[in-house]
Every structure is written in C-alpha cells, then in structure tokens.
Design a protein around this ligand. Structure first.
Ligand SMILES: [Fe+2]
Length: 162
C-alpha cells in the first residue's frame, strides 16, 4: 500500500461491513431447467420484487424462433455462446444487447445461444391473435425455479404474499 493510499484510509470513519450473505454464487452448480418457450432453458440468478424483473442465464436450442413477446422494462444482456437477433440486427458471442422498454419482437437463433440477461420488468408473451398468453415476472420465475428444484440459492427471496 502506497503512502498516498495509507493517508486516505487512516482515520476513515467507514470500514467494510460483513455482508449478510455471500456475493458470489457458482451458477455452474445449477442445472438448466426448461423455460416457458419450448427449446429454451434457464438458470434464475436473481429477481427484483419491486419491478417484477429478473436476472437469468438463458440457453436457446438451435433453430429456435421465439413467439412474439414484449418487454415492460428494458432488457440488457451479454451473449456468451452462439448468436441470436431480429432480422439483420444480430449479435454473437461477446456481444452486448439492449432491448428497449415496450419493445415487441420475435428473435430467432438458428445456431442456438447462451446469454446472460437482466430484465427490468416482466416479459409478456402473446398469442397469434394478440391476446396475452403469459406474464413472466420475477415471482413467476421464482415459482418456476422452485417447481424444477433450482431455487434453493434464492430462498432469501421466498416471502411472497400467498
Ligand atoms: Fe426480447
């Protein structure tokens, strides 16, 4: 530690606090569970009870074309493997993406993909006639993770009204 750093830490009123739970979770220990669209799989990493959002790893099998869906809040993420996109707007491994709030789209992934994504609100799935087929929010995702036995690491978030 340099003398300049020492000067900044000596006499500080603040010091690191012991966290209430670990910051890290090894997602490799979590098996993939089937998601709401056939040929897609998820690992639920976090949910936001205030917004209905969620943080997930999403794996999409090759050749998958998602039905039309919308986003109440924006979604941002990072493509880890494969590639996906909408018409000519596409990204492969290493690409960052941002789907703006209120977007309505139908992505495809001919070769499959694995991505990390944070949804800042629920995802709305639509039927062909435009009616709502499903609202996928944080609680829905938590319950789905419980159903598949992959929510043990999120037990601290389990106190939903029932
Ligand atoms: Fe989307």
């Amino acid at each position: 530690m340099s003398s300049a750093q020492l000067a900044r830490t000596e006499g500080m009123a603040l010091k690191p606090l012991k966290p209430s739970r670990p910051a890290f979770f090894d997602a490799n220990k979590l098996p993939w569970a089937p998601w709401v669209i056939e040929g897609t799989h998820f690992k639920l990493l976090n949910i936001d009870k205030k917004t209905g959002g969620m943080t997930i790893l999403l794996k999409v099998d090759a050749g998958n074309e998602a039905p039309v869906h919308g986003h109440v809040g924006g979604v941002e993420g990072y493509v880890i493997e494969g590639e996906f996109g909408y018409d000519s707007d596409r990204g492969g491994a290493g690409s960052y993406f941002y789907e703006e709030a209120a977007s309505l789209h139908m992505p495809d992934s001919p070769r499959g993909t694995v991505m990390f994504a944070i949804a800042y609100g629920p995802i709305i799935g639509y039927n062909d006639d435009g009616s709502v087929a499903a609202i996928v929010d944080g609680k829905f995702m938590y319950d789905l993770a419980v159903k598949h036995g992959v929510a043990g690491h999120l037990a601290h978030l389990s106190d939903f009204p029932r």
